[in-house]
Design a protein around this ligand. Structure first.
Ligand code: ATP
Length: 220
């Protein structure tokens, strides 16, 4: 169980806070708006109305003892930057922030924010990838070149073992897991056979993954 502070109960912050709490984590929700706090109070560990740009407020909440702070304030860029800076100075191990623009992200990066997210942009990119890749079910970008994807087994690969397909050499990707029915094999062996209806989790370069996906489409 981890301890999180989520600062800003907009749509993104609220969804994040409620999900973390439902997954069994300790969640401190902070917002300047009393109504936003009232709406979320039943779904988090602690919900506090307060101005997070006020150092004393953050200190009195013992925020420095938490593992992660996520600052989701969007519209007020100045407040977002100030709260991030205070969280970093108070010694929170990991500070994550939502950015509204590239300039906003650049400032956050400069002051030492560990991770910056653009929820609308990220979700838009993710959805676009899923829409154009008929076979890709889930897509996680590991870097600008590499991704991890969950993909339906291409028809051409059905009833063939990983060894016979020679996947690593021929396609340049690695199969990390095979999902067969409700069972997940997380350490696939060379002799494991891919079957119709299986899904596989594959890691590789975006280019190699694209090739597999277009193969799958051609064989539909
Ligand atoms: P979303 O798209 O997630 O709904 P948004 O990008 O529109 O959010 P805002 O509405 O600007 O972001 O901010 C999110 C929340 O942060 C709001 O509920 C707002 O009341 C809260 N907030 C803004 N400034 C502060 C502050 N100084 N301290 C605490 N909360 C704040």
């Amino acid at each position: 169980m981890k301890q999180f502070a989520i600062i800003g109960m907009g749509r993104f912050g609220t969804s994040l806070a409620q999900t973390l709490y439902s997954l069994g984590n300790d969640v401190l929700a902070i917002d300047i708006n009393e109504e936003k706090i009232a709406a979320v109070s039943d779904y988090v560990t602690h919900a506090v109305t307060g101005d997070a740009t006020d150092e004393q407020t953050l200190k009195s909440l013992g925020i420095n003892n938490l593992d992660v702070a996520v600052i989701t304030i969007g519209g007020d860029m100045q407040a977002s930057i100030l709260v991030c800076l205070l969280c970093i100075e108070l010694g929170i191990k990991k500070v994550i922030a939502k950015a509204q623009s590239d300039l906003h992200a650049r400032v956050l990066r400069k002051i030492g924010v560990d991770k910056i997210v653009f929820p609308e942009r990220d979700m838009g990119m993710r959805l676009a990838r899923n829409l154009v890749s008929s076979n890709v079910l889930e897509f996680i970008e590991l870097s600008s070149d590499h991704s991890l994807v969950e993909i339906n087994v291409p028809e051409k690969w059905e009833d063939t073992s990983i060894m016979d397909l020679n996947i690593r050499a021929k396609y340049g990707v690695n199969i990390m897991a095979i999902k067969h029915g409700g069972v997940i094999n997380v350490s696939p062996k060379a002799q494991d056979v891919l079957e119709k209806g299986d899904t596989i989790v594959v890691i590789g370069t975006n280019e190699d993954i694209r090739k597999i996906d277009s193969r799958a489409k051609n064989h539909k």
